[in-house]
Design a protein around this ligand. Sequence first.
Ligand code: ARG
Length: 462
Amino acid sequence: MTKNKNNQAIWSTRINKNGSLLFQKIGSSIDVDKKLYKEDIEGSIAHVEMLFRQKIINFKIKNKIVYGLEKIKKEIKNKKFEFNKKYEDIHMNIEKRLFQIIGEDAGYIHTARSRNDQVITDLKLWMRLATKEIDRNLENIIKTILKVAEKNVETVMPGFTHLKNAQPISFAHYLMAYVEMFNRDKLRFKNNLENLYENPLGAGAIAGTSFNIDRNFTTKKLGFKKPTCNSIDTVSDRDFVLDFLSSVSICSVHISRIAEELIIWNSDGFNLINLSDKIVTGSSIMPQKKNPDLLEFLRGKTGNIFGNLFTMLTILKGLPLSYFKDLQDDKEIVFKSNETLINSISILNEVLKNFSPNKKKMLELANSGFITATDLAEYLVKNNNMSFRKAYQVTAMVVNYAEKKKKKLHELNINELNKIEPKLTKEVLKVFDLKNSINSKKSFGGTSFDNIKKMITKYKRA
Ligand code: ARG
């Protein structure tokens, strides 16, 4: 019997010419998937333990393999392991090294499995941890936002629709909108875990296996909840990759929207926030500049993240079942998207800790653009027995009048208002007060200070 030759590809008995160096360079994924070494070894140990329990391999061989795998894990951890592109990927690199360490008994490790089920087992194990790390990062950013919100419950700013002054709001209410977004992200990632808890190991190359394996054993051992049901679907399925990439994309949309908003507010035109020197960069020619480069980085990186989702969708579109080499690229884009997201969340966290609202400017802007007009319309409905449409028209006349006289609504006196609506009394003037306006929005989810305080307390407890 020919022995496994250490410097030859596993399939060298069948394919008797070495692949071209170019193909090795292009086709090998070791530079990317070596990141999965721990998961690969964890999966392999669970697999051989199952093989032993099922009497498919004996105790001695099982122990030798586990010993070899543990040794390889240490070598990789201590950077003593030589990865070789010739052996394509992390699975073959480890198997090859196992032969060097324990000899021919290494040949039993790949009984009743294929790289097709092995690779997705590794990736799912990795993704479960990555998902939890993202969750922790989101938790951190929510805590930071809550701290800033707590200090700004009574900071008045204009709420914008179409970027035009709409209604007065509390700055904290605005910040709490970000908390909602990140909580939805957390939930989205959590929902993804459902699929990540299905164990692919045991699907083999496509058909399952004739060995009497116990998939429930590896399921338990690897922390999965149940084995996948169809071996063909199992090795073809990359929906969990799409779920991950799309959740990363949606989270990134949120980060990008916040970044864009802060860029606008930091512009000289708006001047609603100040960024500390820690988070701005200068210009090579304009000495006065303090640019929000970090925020622009966040907005820009969202493009890369979308690109990765589209890459995966395109790879899968039109791909027949089951495994094809096309799928190998999934890991590179998943790792890249994950890294970019983690960096982006950390950067946003830094930004949120290092900016301050320009309260004076916020108030000044909130006092322009006839921002309390809706409050007047609502007052007329409640106190002067008008339909909302009628009240809307009367208010529009008041706004036209104020605009003509170059006055703000709160600068109008009762005589001027009575020219338009004789039934109005002095009491109406309070509706033009910004804090009154905010505090009147007591409907659940509205901007009243009390509502916001309650929401902050609720999320601090959660
Ligand atoms: N490196 C491969 C990948 O990541 C592992 C699966 C290889 N399977 C195969 N039949 N070539 O997709």
